[in-house]
Design a protein around this ligand. Structure first.
Ligand code: OXD
Length: 340
């Protein structure tokens, strides 16, 4: 795939075209509205008079917009035959961080890069994750289980300071959770593909070391992107390695974890968990997870800030357009090999 932006055309072109594709099935949080676009353009005065923006929903003007669009911003859009339908596309920005739903990238036109919203979730994601850690440490999943059964059972807990958190996948989100965990005096161990150190992680390991780390943790936080390389990263074997009393958080994607193996240990009262992601979503009412003890579920709303998420993402999109217009490479480019 040719990753280079079309520099020569960039200099020659007078007006660029960004098409924003909305999906009515998605929450207001993700709505790319005229108001939000107008406000974002004010924050990017360099693009004044240079950028035409069209807003569509559920494909209503998609075909026409694709004929002239240089940039596309959205989450659900028709990917069929894009090279023919969208001959000028240089960048597609996905309105999220996990882009597993559009893999493999064999539909991406040549010369067009895919970018994602990595880094946009940071502050909100860290807040959720630290809340989840404190809930696990304070044994909230067990207390909620007792409450549902109208059972008075006191669950005493000790302070979180000095306990060990394992962050699986220390990227932007895992890293900001680690920053907070250090403030609470936790020992943080982490894994990442490269094994590159992080200032808030006491000891960083490579992903292949996971099995030896799982039995050391009081809390395990899953922050890895879902790719072909990470499916069931926490399989039955790995789930079995978590010692009794471990609190588990999955914040990334459900396919990374064998939920049935996890559920069995939750039912036995050996683990507690907070899960934000499921497969499928919405989770059908027939799923046994709804009634699983020692589990608190949040319906995949942990990280997208209800006010700031789309405005911040628009800032990433417009900054990248500025870069492309100036003949520079955009940031947050998804690597087709690693799929994030
Ligand atoms: C994302 C998400 O991928 O919120 O951004 O799940």
């Amino acid at each position: 795939m040719n990753k280079k932006p079309a520099r020569r055309r960039a200099v020659a072109k007078k007006t660029w075209h960004l098409h924003c594709e909305n999906a009515s099935s998605m929450s207001e949080v993700f709505a790319i509205t005229g108001e939000r676009v107008k406000a974002a353009l004010k924050r990017h005065p360099k693009l004044k008079g240079k950028l035409k923006v069209t807003l569509g929903e559920d494909g209503n003007i998609y075909d026409k917009a694709m004929r002239t669009a240089d940039f596309l911003f959205g989450w659900h859009f028709d990917r069929k035959d894009l090279p023919r339908r969208a001959p000028n596309l240089k960048m597609i920005h996905m309105h999220g961080a996990g882009v597993n739903h559009v893999m493999p990238l064999n539909w991406l036109p040549k010369g067009c890069v895919l970018t994602n919203s990595r880094g946009v979730h940071g502050p909100r994601a860290a807040e959720y994750l630290i809340m989840a850690l404190l809930m696990l440490n304070n044994r909230l999943p067990e207390m909620v289980t007792h409450q549902r059964a109208a059972r008075w059972e006191q669950c005493y807990a000790s302070v979180i300071t000095g306990k060990t958190l394992l962050v699986i996948g220390v990227g932007q989100i895992g890293g900001s959770a680690a920053d907070w965990a250090k403030k609470f005096g936790l020992k943080v161990i982490g894994t990442r593909r490269t094994g590159k150190p992080h200032p808030s992680v006491d000891k960083m390991y490579k992903s292949r070391d996971l099995r030896k780390l799982l039995p050391q943790a009081d809390f395990v936080m899953m922050c890895v992107p879902a790719t072909d390389h990470t499916k069931h990263l926490l399989g039955k074997k790995e789930i079995g390695l978590m010692r009794p009393g471990t609190g588990f958080i999955n914040y990334s994607r459900a396919d990374l974890v064998d939920y049935e193996a996890l559920r069995k240990r939750l039912v036995k009262g050996e683990l507690t968990a907070i899960l934000d992601v499921f497969n499928p979503e919405p989770l059908p009412s027939s799923s046994p997870l709804w009634k699983t003890p020692n589990l608190i579920m949040t319906p995949h709303c942990s990280s997208d800030d209800s006010i700031h998420y789309t405005p911040r993402t628009l800032d990433v999109v417009l900054s990248n357009i500025e870069r492309i217009v100036a003949g520079k490479k955009p940031t947050s480019v998804v690597d087709p090999k690693w799929q994030y």
